[in-house]
Structures are given as C-alpha cells and as structure tokens.
Design a protein around this ligand. Structure first.
Ligand SMILES: *[C@@H]1O[C@H](CO)[C@@H](O)[C@H](O)[C@H]1NC(C)=O
Ligand SMILES: *[C@@H]1O[C@H](CO)[C@@H](O)[C@H](O)[C@H]1NC(C)=O
Length: 293
C-alpha cells in the first residue's frame, strides 16, 4: 500500500502541467492593460510559460514571462478617448434631442483610426512575427476595437484555442461572436447610460445605436484590417468576424451587482475586480470616508 502511494505521488508529481500561453494586447490604453496585467503575471508565477505582446510591458517580470514590447509602434496614453467631447454643448442638436447620439458616434471614431493605424504597423513587426511562429496551448486576446490579431493568428497558422479578454463590459460588437443575446430592448449598450429598465425613447436610441455600432465596427475596422493583412501577406484570409466566432471563452470585466443583470452564456465569464490586489491591508477606519469620496 505504501509503495503504491509513493508510486502515485511520484507519477503525479512529475505530471504538473504548465501551459504555453500567448497574450495579445494591441490597444494603446494603459487603463486596459492594468486590468490584464495581474492575470498575466499570476499565470507566470504559477508556473506557466507566457509571452505577452503589449504597449505597456510590466516591470520586473517573473520567470517564464516573455515580453514582446509594442512601445513606439503608436502613440500611447492612459485614456485614449478625448473626454473633452463630453463638454461640448451644441444647442441645435440638443434641442433636437439627438445630441447624445451624435456625441456617442463621434466618441468612437478615433478608435477606428487607432485600430487600423496599429494594424498597419503591427503586420510588419518582426518581434511579433517571431512570437507567432512558436506554438502555444492557449491564446489570450483583448477584445476591444480591433480584430487584427485574429487575422494574424490565422496567417501564422496558430491552432490553439483563443480566449478573449475585455477590460470593460462587452463591446457592442462582441455579443454576436459568442451568440449571447444583446436584445436592445433590455440590454443597454456599453456606451449608454441606460439600465435594463428603459423608456420607449431610450429603447429606440439603444436599438439605433446597437445597429449603428455593429455596422461601424464591421466597415470602419474589421473589413479594413482584413484588407491590410491580405495586402501585407499577399493572400486571402477568412472574414475576421468568422475567425472571431471561434472564441472559446470571453472574460468580461463586469460584475452583475455593479453593472446590472443581463442574460449570459457559460462561455461568458464575469471577472469584475480580477485585477484588484487582495494582499493590501484593509483601509484604516479613519480614512475610510475620504477614500470613498
Ligand atoms: C519555466 O518553464 C520551464 C519549461 O516550460 C519549466 O521547466 C520551469 O520550471 C519554469 N520556471 C518557473 C520558475 O516556473
Ligand atoms: C474555427 O475553428 C475550427 C476548428 O478548429 C476550424 O476548423 C475553422 O477553420 C475555424 N474557422 C476560422 C474562420 O478560422
């Protein structure tokens, strides 16, 4: 019996599985990367072999954490959306009641320019090409304003399943790829200030913008990125939307008590707060109120 136990321990002790993971983060907003970094670091600390492609390489990476820095490929910032749009008051549009809609549409346009500019640079980036020529067990990709990385995964023939990460609630074009409902009559868009209880006019606005954003993402980003990749590699690739539908799991930075309830699927996992540092000491009693304010 004892021999058997020792034998079993010996067998399972050598059978520790560590995964080769590729993380692809082609967005220049540091606030996004701050949500993902603790996960990536922890994966490496727990013995996985991880390669992280990002604009914001971490300091003091643990063992088996390989960095492919995109620094210098595009201008980067903490918040990449110009919040001054929110201050502009336009009386005419306001009186027509469509000011908010127009504003939301303009807010998103820079994201398209950013995505295609980065995609054009990234297809020629040799360190990324070298990282993509290796093989991996799983691929993590940010799901935000670009599907360029999905096209490259196809071009380099990476066969590993892919998981998408979102540093916010699901984007307007994300639900379709995994098949979760985003019925605009009760699922507010990430860009709106509505809750699931909407008036008729709010539902109307939510519906119009739902259709608008999906069409916009398709034509202002996805199709252009596909064209960029096809031009660079001189061959046809599948529709990026079809590659996107191969997503295995989506990790979303929401939590239902804060973000509201909506129908989900087992493949959509709410990981709101995963980046919080639980090792921190609790907030001292006296300063509690100041911190909240
Ligand atoms: C790094 O990865 C190698 C092989 O993948 C493994 O043998 C080694 O234990 C890892 N090191 C750490 C500190 O996890
Ligand atoms: C999706 O994944 C399946 C199974 O791995 C594969 O056969 C198919 O070609 C993939 N689709 C696209 C568009 O990459």
């Amino acid at each position: 019996m004892r021999t058997l136990a020792i034998l079993l321990v010996a067998i399972f002790a050598v059978n520790v599985q560590s995964a080769r993971i590729l993380g692809l983060f082609p967005h220049t907003g540091k606030s996004h990367q701050m949500v993902f970094d603790p996960l990536l670091r922890t994966l490496a600390e727990r013995g996985h072999d991880i390669t992280v492609v990002s604009f914001f390489p971490i300091k003091n990476p643990p063992a088996n954490y390989t960095i492919v820095s995109l620094e210098g490929l595009a201008a980067q910032g903490v918040e990449t959306i110009d919040l001054s749009y929110f201050d502009i008051q336009n009386k005419l549009l306001n009186s027509l009641g469509i000011e908010k809609i127009i504003k939301q549409i303009f807010d998103f346009q820079p994201l398209a320019d950013m995505a295609t500019a980065i995609c054009s640079n990234i297809v020629d980036f040799v360190p990324l090409a070298n990282a993509m020529k290796k093989s991996y067990d799983v691929i993590l990709v940010e799901n935000f304003n670009s599907d360029c990385m999905l096209g490259l995964i196809h071009v380099y023939g990476l066969k590993a399943p892919y998981i998408s990460l979102s540093s916010s609630a699901m984007m307007q074009w994300s639900a379709d790829r995994i098949g979760v409902t985003d019925n605009p009559s009760y699922v507010p868009l990430v860009s709106s200030e509505f809750t699931s209880q909407m008036t008729f006019l709010q539902r109307l606005e939510n519906t119009i913008l739902n259709v608008y954003y999906k069409t916009w993402f398709r034509y202002a980003i996805q199709m252009k990125e596909k064209a960029i990749i096809e031009k660079r590699f001189g061959r046809r690739i599948p529709d990026l939307q079809e590659i996107a539908k191969n997503v295995s799991v989506m990790l979303v930075n929401t939590f239902h008590s804060l973000n509201g309830v909506r129908p989900l699927l087992p493949g959509v996992v709410e990981v709101g707060g995963m980046h919080l540092d639980h090792s921190r000491k609790p907030i001292p009693h006296v300063s509690k109120y100041f911190v909240i304010a």
